[in-house]
Design a protein around this ligand. Structure first.
Ligand code: PSV
Ligand code: MN
Length: 426
């Protein structure tokens, strides 16, 4: 949708002001012994996957307000992600949810992905809804169900997901288990865990040896008395029992209020078990909020742990897979995703600029105020010129949301796909 020439034309009127801001910041950082170019380089490298289910309006249990032009097929979802990637150069991969996005025309999809410079990052199983032709219901659980036959069906579904993913070059299988109970006594808590462990082991066995299994935890919803995998400790213990290719996935929204998520990130890095991240606004459960929209400082502190872990030679954690996991009810999904990536890159840039040597000194000396000020200094710096420069160097737009709007992308999508097109997903 955006040719190089088009992006160049969109950037042209903004360039002079951008250069001015960038050179001021570069000089300022240089005086402090920091290299702006190096930060920009790391921002250009940073990629965050887009889930196939985040490209349409999600709605809530109470209503859905489709905005038109939503992608109707996997091919159209991929082309929406291509638009994002053209604009920000930071979204080069897609996560698929099966069965919402079963790949039908594999060679065609491979060709499309290649042409648009994208790849499939992860496949996600779905045993939180019954499909119309499945023999057994998941009403009372899937991988943890009391009946072996139901567990077998759920295991097989996960294996099918992996097989679909293999066809498209994915290397990660994500399991979020919706199993749990709503009433005290409904489920034997320890046995439900053991049955889940056994089911996961069967899936792990079937996974190619160069794949990673990500196990996502969530404290509530759809069940409100107990979830079988409610917290990082449970995910971690399951990963340990499975093997080195099982890793914990942290979804920012899957924590009880005031949970110190950055500490969880630090712990998992220390144990070498942080495998993946789902970004969202982190207000409640699966919120529809733009990443970093309401708690930017928390997002920065999380990145601070990630950067600190990456720079510590004692930390041997493998590369972390980043993804945005939000559905959209109020905003245009594509604008929301561009804003999320922008906030993520901003938080990352600030974390890269933390004066780590000074922070370590202040911590060692128990100088609380100094330590906090060092973090505040980095957090309060306006790093938008660095993020914009990363977009520009990646061949994108200096201001992705503005470019999206001035090019009239949504109107074009409505013209192509209709006002009533509805995307598969939640
Ligand atoms: C579940 O709450 C979750 O965060 C999981 O990642 C799902 O796969 C996703 O939302 C989409 O429903
Ligand atoms: Mn998630």
């Amino acid at each position: 949708m955006f040719s190089d020439q088009r992006l160049h034309d969109l950037n042209q009127p903004l360039l002079a002001e951008h250069q001015l801001q960038l050179s001021y910041l570069t000089d300022l950082l240089g005086r402090r012994g920091q290299d702006a170019r190096d930060v920009v380089r790391q921002l250009v490298e940073f990629q965050v996957a887009i889930p196939s289910w985040a490209l349409g309006t999600g709605g809530t249990r109470f209503g859905r307000y489709p905005l038109g032009g939503e992608p109707r097929t996997l091919e159209e979802k991929i082309s929406d992600v291509a638009v994002l990637h053209q604009l920000n150069g930071s979204s080069n991969s897609i996560s698929l949810h099966i069965p919402w996005d079963i790949p039908r025309d594999v060679p065609g999809l491979q060709q499309q992905l290649k042409a648009q410079g994208l790849h499939i990052d992860s496949v996600n199983s779905n045993t939180f809804q019954d499909q119309k032709d499945q023999p057994f219901s998941y009403k009372f659980g899937s991988l943890s169900h009391t009946e072996q036959a139901v567990r077998d069906q759920a295991v097989q579904h996960n294996i099918d997901c992996i097989r679909y993913g293999e066809q498209l070059g994915a290397k990660t299988h994500t399991v979020w288990l919706a199993d749990g109970s709503n009433f005290p006594g409904q489920q034997h808590l320890r046995r439900a865990y053991l049955r889940t462990q056994e089911s996961l082991a069967a899936i792990y066995e079937a996974m190619p040896s160069d794949w990673t299994m990500l196990i996502e935890y969530k404290p509530y919803e759809p069940h409100f008395y107990s979830m079988v995998i409610p917290d990082w400790g449970t995910s971690y213990s399951l990963c340990q029992s499975l093997g080195q290719n099982a890793q914990v996935l942290v979804d920012l929204g899957h924590h009880l209020p005031n949970t110190n998520i950055e500490q969880i990130v630090g712990r998992l890095l220390q144990f070498g078990r942080l495998g993946g991240f789902h970004f969202n606004g982190s207000m409640y459960g699966d919120d529809d909020l733009t990443t970093g929209s309401s708690k930017p400082f928390q997002l920065f502190l999380i990145f601070n742990e990630l950067v600190d872990g990456a720079r510590d030679q004692a930390v041997t954690n493998a590369a972390v897979a980043y993804m945005i996991d939000a559905s959209h009810n109020t905003k245009d999904p594509l604008e929301d995703l561009l804003q999320s990536v922008d906030n993520i890159l901003g938080a990352y840039a600030k974390a890269l600029l933390v004066d780590r040597a000074a922070l370590a000194e202040a911590q060692q000396a128990n100088d609380v105020v100094r330590a906090e000020e060092i973090l505040r200094d980095a957090f309060l710096l306006d790093v938008r010129p660095l993020v914009a420069e990363a977009y520009r160097q990646a061949g994108g737009a200096l201001k992705p949301v503005a470019a999206y709007r001035s090019a009239g992308v949504r109107d074009q999508l409505i013209q192509q796909r209709g006002r009533l097109s509805v995307s598969t997903g939640l």
